[in-house]
Structure formats: structure tokens, C-alpha cells
Design a protein around this ligand. Structure first.
Ligand SMILES: [Zn+2]
Length: 64
């Protein structure tokens, strides 16, 4: 699998892109928690990647 980095995201950026039902969650957090706590430039930062082969989105996160 080849992934390329799309950008820094919070949950609202994911919703803006309309891909909240398409992302593969690699954050080890529940979606309900991501919806509350994943904020761009916040304490829980999201990193969005996309597979170059199938177009699937993958989400990673870490704490500041
Ligand atoms: Zn793929």
C-alpha cells in the first residue's frame, strides 16, 4: 500500500471533505471521541492520508 499525506485535520475538516464515512480509523480512538476531541491545531491532531492505489482515506492522530 502506498499512502500520501493529504493534510492536518480535525474532525470538522473531515466532515467538510464529506469523507467521515469513508475513513479507515488508525487512531486507536472511537469515532465518537474523535468527533469531540480531534481538532486541527488542537491537543489531539489528526493526520489524513490517502491510498494511491484505491483512494481509501486513513486517519492517524497523536496528542500534542
Ligand atoms: Zn489501497
Amino acid at each position: 500500500m502506498k499512502f500520501h499525506f493529504i493534510g492536518y485535520v480535525g474532525w470538522s475538516e473531515i466532515v467538510e471533505k464529506g469523507i467521515e464515512d469513508e475513513i479507515e480509523n488508525f487512531t486507536e480512538m472511537a469515532i465518537e471521541d474523535l468527533q469531540l476531541y480531534l481538532i486541527n491545531d488542537g491537543q489531539l491532531q489528526g493526520y489524513l492520508f490517502q491510498c494511491l492505489e484505491c483512494g481509501k482515506y486513513c486517519l492517524y492522530a497523536d496528542c500534542a
